[in-house]
Structures are given as C-alpha cells and as structure tokens.
Design a protein around this ligand. Sequence first.
Ligand code: NAP
Length: 430
Amino acid sequence: MRHVAIVGSGPAGYYTAETLQKADDIAIDVIDRLPVPYGLIRTGVAPDHQSIKAVSRRYEGTALTDNVRFVGHVAVGSDVTIDELVGLYDAVVLATGAPHDRPLDIPGASLPGVIGSAAFVGWYNGHPDYADLDPPLDAPGVAVIGNGNVALDVARILAKTPDEFAGSDIVAHARDALAASPVRHIHILGRRGPHQIAMTPKELGELGHLERASPRVDPADLPDEGDDAMLEPGMRKSVTHLRQFAANPVAKPVTIDFDFFAMPVAIEGDGRVERVIVERTTLDAELRSHGTGETYAIDAGLVISCIGYQTPPIPGVPYEHGRGRFASDEGRILPGLYAVGWARRGPSGTIGTNKPDGARIGEMVLEDIGRGAGKAGRPGLDALLADRNIAPVTFRDWRRIEEAEVAAALDGRPREKFTSIEAMLEAIGR
Ligand code: NAP
C-alpha cells in the first residue's frame, strides 16, 4: 500500500487527490486544520458566486471514494509536524494555498481600519479566523487597493443591497453589518492603467448591473481605443467594460470610482484611518508605475488592500520569500515533500487552473513513490493523533455540519454557515 498525505482540502488538494485516487493500492489522507473542507471554495470565493462554489460537489465525489479520507481539525505544524508526516507517508503534498495578505508597505498601513483582503473576504465568508473582524463600515468612503478580481469582489460586496444577496451564502454578521452601513463612495485604486488591470470580463461586467451602485471611469484615463487591438481577447473585453462605464455614467446612490494611475503612498487618521494619500503615476516603457509627485486625498473610514496573497512559511520547508510560496522544483520541495496550487505557483489563476496542476503533481507523486516504501501511513497517523488525544473530524462528520448549516438557512439561502470552530464541533456533538 502507498500512503499519501495532502495538507489542505481546497481545490489544489482535491484535484491532486482526484488524480491519485485513480491509482491502485493507495490511501490518501486530506488533512485540514478546519473541521470543514474546501478551503478557498468555502471561504475565498465570493458568496454571491454560487455557481463557482458548486465545484465543491466534484471534490465531494473524490472525498467519498474508498481510498480518500478527510482528516479535519488537525493542524499541521502544531498537532502533527511536517517531519512526522514525511516519516509516516510516502509523499506529503502541501496544498495550503496562500491565505495571508501581502503586506501593504506604506506609512499608516497599521492604523485601525486598514484591512487585508484575506481578512475582509474571510469575514464575509465566515472564516473562523476572521469572524470577529468587525470592519469599520461607519463612514461613507472606502478605498479598495488593487486592480485584480479580489478588488472587484470586495467592491461589489460593499456595494450590494440586502436584496442582491438573495441566494448567496454571505454570513449573517456580514449581511447585517453591510445592510446597516452608510458606505456610499467606493474607490478602486490601481497604480497602473486600464490596460494593466488583472480583472476578468465577467467579474468586471457585474459592476454595471448593480441595483444602487454604478461604476465610474474617467475617460481621460483610457488609452486610445485603437490600442485595445493589441490586447488578448479577455483583456480587450474587460477594457470594453471600462469604456462603457466611462461613456455611460449612471447616477446611483453608491459610486464605485476607478482611480487609475493612482498609487497609495500613505494612510492618515487620528487613531484610525480617515484618508488615503494617493500619488498620481505614469508608466515607463516596461509598463512599471512611477510617482509624479502630484498627490490627492481620498476620504475613507476603511481601507482594504487587495494586492495579492502569500503562503505562510513552515519552519524547515524551503521558501521563496520574494514570491511568497514554497521553493520547489516544479512541485518537488524535498524528497517526499511536494507543493501544489498557490503554495507552489503563487496566488494566480482561477480555481480551474488548479485542475491540471493537481493532475500533474498527482502523476509526479505516483511516479516518484513507485510501489511505496512500506511506511506506516494512515494507521500511523491515527496512532499518533490518538496518543495526543486528538480526534479528527471525518467527512461523515462534515456532512452532518453541512446538513445543520443547510437546515439553518432562511429565505432561499443555500446555507447559514457556522463561523466558529466551536459551533462546528457542537453540531457534531463535541
Ligand atoms: P492579482 O490578480 O494579482 O491582483 C493584484 C493587484 O494588486 C494588481 O492590480 C497589482 O497591481 C496590485 N498591487 C500589488 N501590489 C500593490 C501595491 N503595493 N500597491 C498597489 N497595488 C498593488 O491578485 P488578486 O486580486 O488577489 O487575485 C488573486 C487570484 O485570484 C487572481 O488570479 C484572480 O484572478 C483570482 N480570483 C479570481 C476570481 C474570479 O474568477 N471570480 C475572484 C477572485 C480572485 P500591479 O499589476 O501594478 O502589480
């Protein structure tokens, strides 16, 4: 029997398991520190994007196969170490994603009210780490830093009316706080221009269909229309949306301003954030942004930096600090230790990007481990955890948690999530 441990039950983890489980004589343990599976699907993908979240049904199919086991509520690093796992399994695959924010390195970034997207997204998605975030939503202005899809998610969630969350699984604390908030002016700050955005067309187009909010683009920021021809088709569609927003400004109570060529250089306020100081930029021949010295201020009671994520390092595991990911040779970190998904590539690409990635790493593992080295595997982990009085949450347990979440949902919502580990465990009688 060959034994593989996958650390992390998000898309990269389950796509890797999907490939591995097709092999003979193999047992795969998918370990997660939360009692609930699916990682980014549950706590990263926007709650109003249920069609994207539906991919979890595919992971469920993998989780329910005979040779795959979910080992929930076991923290690698404290409950069990990487070295112990490498000793127990023929291969250990780190599919830990990139759950930490890249730091916003400007003066004032540590003022209360400056929040990274990992925390804010985790808050509205009910991640237990961020359930108590309580973001300050008491001022009309919010600055969202970054020009990627996460910035779009954040701006859209801030702008939506309670009715527009129908059918979503946004958690109650966020639903209530957003409904009561006086947020009226959302600024999306991009340090470069419309041709340098990292926003996909579908997500950008959604901003044009909001009930009480309208996107605004300064036509002066747009390059000549003829220059769009050199863009790849997806980008061209995105830029077409920006052109439409610029050409048809619609008066609605909530504004979403795209501030292009706008680099935040400082955050100011008396004991909490009150404004962001932004420097106008120009681009050089390599399309890098440079400050012009001209600055302006944006009033904001909340600043959310959506400037990318990083994988938390694990002591003893080689790490590329500049890129915020594990150091690996195409996925091989050390003998018996692998990385997949964002932990391998860094935080880019959609959920689907992890499918070929998981397949490739799965095949690489199968090739490397051959018939296995007769390691202790699953029974070994069970003995070690029992020794430490740790009772993992099983997939069957998770399905009971899920049933309770579905039963608690009102008004056509798919589920009302538990937002604390204690509540999740209570649902299974622990
Ligand atoms: P991203 O796509 O890498 O975008 C990060 C943005 O932050 C870029 O616009 C970048 O600008 C900007 N930035 C970086 N450092 C900055 C700084 N110091 N000051 C100001 N701006 C800075 O990252 P993301 O939005 O976090 O998304 C991560 C991945 O998840 C992406 O692949 C994304 O497409 C995906 N995602 C997909 C969906 C969806 O499909 N619905 C939803 C959410 C996320 P520069 O270009 O100038 O560096």
